[in-house]
Design a binder for this molecule. Sequence first.
Ligand SMILES: CN1c2c(nc(N)[nH]c2=O)NC[C@@H]1CNc1ccc(C(=O)N[C@@H](CCC(=O)N[C@@H](CCC(=O)N[C@@H](CCC(=O)O)C(=O)O)C(=O)O)C(=O)O)cc1
Ligand SMILES: N[C@@H](CCS)C(=O)O
Ligand SMILES: [Zn+2]
Length: 736
Amino acid sequence: MSPFPKSTVLGYPRIGPRRELKRALESYWDGRSTRAELDQVGAEIRERTWRGLAELGLEGLPSNTFSLYDQVLDTAVLLGAVPARYREADDPYFAMARGTAGPVTAQRSSVSGGTWGAKPPEGLAPLRMTKWFDTNYHYIVPEIGPETVFKLDAGKPLAEVREARALGFETRPVVVGPVTFLLLAGALDRLDDVLGCYEELLSTLAAEGVEWLQLDEPALVGDRTPDELDAVATAYERLGALGARPGLFVASYFGELGESLPVLAGTPVEAIGVDLVRGGVPGADLSGKIVVAGVVSGRDVWRTSPERALATLGAVRAAQVVVSTSCSLLHVPYDVGAEPDLEPSLKARLAFAEQKVAEVVALARAGFHGASPVDPSVALPGPVVAEGRSPYAVRAAAQAEHLRLPALPITTIGSFPQTGELRAARAALAAGTLPESDYERQVEAEIERVIRVQERLGLDVLVHGEPERNDMVQYFAEHLDGFAVTQNGWVQSYGSRCTRPPILHGDVSRPAPITVRWAAYAQSLTGKPVKGMLTGPVTIVAWSFVRDDLPLRDVVFQVADAVRDEVRDLEAAGVSIIQVDEPALRELLPLRRGAQADYLEWAVAAYRRATSGAGDRTQIHTHLCYSDADQILAAIDGLDADVTTIESARSGARILGAVGAFGRGLGPGVYDIHSPRVPGADEVEDLLRRTLGVLPVERVWVNPDCGLKTRTYEQVEASLANVVTATRRVRESLGA
Ligand SMILES: CN1c2c(nc(N)[nH]c2=O)NC[C@@H]1CNc1ccc(C(=O)N[C@@H](CCC(=O)N[C@@H](CCC(=O)N[C@@H](CCC(=O)O)C(=O)O)C(=O)O)C(=O)O)cc1
Ligand SMILES: N[C@@H](CCS)C(=O)O
Ligand SMILES: [Zn+2]
């Protein structure tokens, strides 16, 4: 076993500095290019990454951190956990990720294009997708049942090792570890079986001459039961006992290992990765281990304080201390250098992936001995002040009188398809080649189109479609003081989809109304109610890179005040339903139970503050998605929204029973908008009837499970037409 390199990173962005992978994927999905062309783009991104890291002076280069869609899905494929129904698809990998439209050879799928007709034959639904721990990255949930037969397919990591070697680089493959993989799949009882595959992987890599393997175990930073800790011990005792194998580097991140650390330290693994940005210097005796010390944050965009990092590194007691990032750099953009328009004083405070690698290298070269860690000097948070509206019964009566909606009101979550024309127009506006007045006319024309589509389909509560928004967070950040936005700071959210998280660097305030003119315009076009559409304070903050000199809760309260100003102005402009989305409420939940209650208290208080200015007859909606909402049901209830729309289609409607206790309006999503697949009227009807088995009809709303911006009009119109048909059938049978 060769020595561990002195510096490394746990992973790197893979979408490409100019989102080359996004374009290649969407072109392949649209049938405009071949799999070979897609693979070529992947190879170019990997080569560029390895060369770039080596040129920056990084010693330990990772491989197999590239993925065409998702690293958890890659691990499922590695272990042979491909459910039988996907095996005959044209491309089983993307069928699992995105579903298929119908007979597997007949049609191609499409995120960006409209190549699936309005009436596709029955296809395969994709596997479930959900949030990766407390990040805005989404992974594909492996589906493992008693029938799953694990069988190693090491093709991908082996190919990447060989590909790097051909370029002159020795690399350390990275794979999701067995405990995290099985916990994410809800199948820890299959540990014995998957360990057989991991053993075979280790032998295969050893035969290939691979010196180190990184097994990612972020699940170990959460609260783990004694049985789960036993699984950690079993897994790494067994893998460690293997004769010919690479060195084992178990990487934890997103928090402190806590009770998992002594367990891991008691196994034969040679190296342990610890997140020293979110966690403290390990107290356990690691003198026999290599500690890969994550002192450069992979979760923010701020420069690392060299003094603080060196002091932390110097305090770690271990056989060797390797300088690293706190997690993969997947969660930050590529390069601050690609941002010519950022204020120089702000730019000087920033480090994206490339700058963070340079920091790791500089720290490793600086040397560090025997210092003690510096305390972070963050201000203490202010008190939480709970605010509220009138009791629900009072509001509900006022709203029923004012809105006069039918039973099972049909609505959508806000966005309609973002067309290529709109994106091109926004790009031209930014480049100064399209006058603002022309852009605004285009947005108005799109709003009118969206309103007419909804009227024609027979929806009850309309939306303006959000055509003016590049993103539900970035758009607000662009209109609030205290934020900066980037031109190229893309971060992968799922598959080919990316966001440019804004940078919240100062005190936040709202200089002028943001959405009012578009909402008022939309309402002027129709007699039906149009929902105003805002993003909530927790979500705006969760999906931004946030200043680290104030407690998070104080930052969220500043944003809540700005949202409250907007709610009041919308109401004053005659908007009678206002949706304040909080899809990230669950995402910021601390991974350790001990810190969760405090977070939920202030997050709920911030939402209530943002909506507390609304009068009784103004109906407040909220929306959550990807939430695994089970853990935060009480908090969702605490938001006190008049109507809550929530993802349930992709998670099999299991949430319904749990939210049955809510005493207010509820819109469980009746179909999954993340797949291009159009749901049939029968399946929507079936879901609605099952919903009505759990919830009283007066409380049920009918809506998709998230916004429609990633779909085409063809898909949206076909899907919503089926939703309307299904709802009308149910209404008729109820005599409603
Ligand atoms: C609801 N979700 C969101 C999350 N996080 C957010 N910040 N926003 C969200 O909506 N997290 C959870 C979920 C799921 N996540 C996503 C994330 C991203 C998308 C998505 O569709 N992203 C788009 C990019 C959106 C955007 O910023 N668009 C801009 C720029 C468009 C563009 O690419 N322009 C071209 C030039 C124009 C042209 O000629 O076409 C360019 O720059 O090259 C805009 O509209 O102006 C994506 O495509 O990835 C969905 C769900
Ligand atoms: N109103 C937003 C919510 C997405 S989570 C939309 O419809 O896109
Ligand atoms: Zn959503």
